[in-house]
Ligand binder design. Structure first.
Ligand SMILES: C[S@@+](CC[C@H](N)C(=O)[O-])C[C@H]1O[C@@H](n2cnc3c(N)ncnc32)[C@H](O)[C@@H]1O
Length: 244
C-alpha cells in the first residue's frame, strides 16, 4: 500500500497533528553556486538584507518609509515579489527565502553583471534569508497589511503534515501580526495541500475566507511554481483570508 498522502479529512487529523518542528526542512542550497551567484550573495544581498534588529520598527528599514508593510513567505525566484514592489512603490515588501538559488535568481534580475555593488536597488524591497518563522516571531503586533504564501512546499505525506506552513499552531502568531482587515493570500496546486487549507482554515475563527478562485485574480502576479503546475496540468487554487 502507498503512503497516506491525505493528512486531512473529517476523521480528525487536526487533533492528531504534531506541533510544527523548529528546524526547517528542505534545501538551503542546490547545485554549487557560480562565481556571479557568489558575488550576488556577498555584495548585493547585504544591500537589501532585512536585519533582525530592524524588526521592532520594520517600516524604518525601507527608504523612503512606505505606507504599508507586506511580507512574502517562500518567495522562490522572486517573480512575484519584484512584480509587487514595482506595481506598489508606496508599499514595503519583505521577501523571505532560504534557498540560495532562489535568492540569487531574484538578485540577478535586479542587477546587471558588474553592477552588484552599485546598481540602484528598489527602496521598497528587503530580503530575509533565514526561516520566515524566525522573523515573524520578531515583528510587532498588527504591523502587516498583507501576507503571501504562494505554492508552499506541500509535504504531501500525512506524517509530514506538521511541516506545512499552514498549521493550526502558527495561526495565532499570524493573526497577531496581521492588522484587522489585512489580507493573507495563499495559492497551491497540490490537491493534498488544497484539502489541508480548506480543513485548517475551516476550523479556525481568526480569519474570514473569501471564496477561493481559479484562475488567479488579476492583481496577483504569477510565479515560477504556478507556471510549472499549469504546464503539468494541475489546477491551482487561490485563497484570500481577511484578519477579523
Ligand atoms: C515550492 S517553492 C515556491 C516558490 C515561489 N513561491 C513560487 O511560487 O514559485 C516554496 C519555497 O518556500 C521556501 N520556504 C519554505 N519554507 C520556508 C520558510 N519557513 N522560510 C522561508 N522560506 C521558506 C523554500 O525554500 C522554497 O523556495
Amino acid at each position: 500500500m502507498g503512503e497516506d498522502r491525505s493528512g486531512a479529512g473529517p476523521e480528525g487529523s487536526l487533533r492528531a497533528l504534531k506541533p510544527p518542528p523548529d528546524r526547517l526542512y528542505g534545501r538551503g542550497r542546490g547545485h554549487k553556486l557560480r562565481p556571479r551567484q557568489e558575488h550576488l550573495l556577498d555584495v548585493t544581498l547585504p544591500r537589501l538584507a532585512f536585519a533582525p534588529e530592524q524588526a521592532a520598527n520594520p517600516l524604518a528599514a525601507f527608504s523612503p518609509q512606505p505606507r504599508a508593510l507586506w511580507l512574502e513567505v517562500g518567495s522562490g525566484g522572486g517573480e512575484h515579489a519584484l512584480a509587487q514592489v514595482t506595481a506598489h512603490p508606496d508599499v514595503g515588501l519583505i521577501a523571505c527565502e532560504v534557498f540560495d538559488n532562489g535568492i540569487c535568481s531574484l538578485l540577478s534580475r535586479l542587477v546587471p553583471e558588474g553592477g552588484e555593488a552599485t546598481a540602484k536597488l528598489p527602496g521598497n524591497l528587503r530580503l530575509w534569508t533565514d526561516d520566515a518563522r524566525t522573523l515573524l516571531r520578531l515583528l510587532p503586533e498588527g504591523c502587516l497589511d498583507r501576507l503571501f504564501l504562494l505554492f508552499p512546499d506541500p509535504w504531501p505525506k500525512a506524517r509530514h503534515a506538521k511541516r506545512r506552513f499552514v498549521h493550526p499552531a502558527l495561526l495565532p502568531l499570524l493573526a497577531r501580526l496581521l492588522r484587522p482587515g489585512a489580507e493573507w493570500r495563499i495559492a497551491s496546486d497540490d490537491p493534498t495541500y488544497q484539502a489541508w487549507v480548506t480543513e485548517v482554515m475551516g476550523a479556525q475563527a481568526l480569519f474570514d475566507a473569501r471564496a477561493p478562485t481559479a484562475p488567479r485574480p488579476d492583481d496577483w502576479p504569477p510565479t515560477r511554481y504556478e507556471a510549472k503546475a499549469l504546464r503539468e496540468g494541475r489546477t491551482p487554487r487561490y485563497w484570500t483570508f481577511l484578519r477579523r
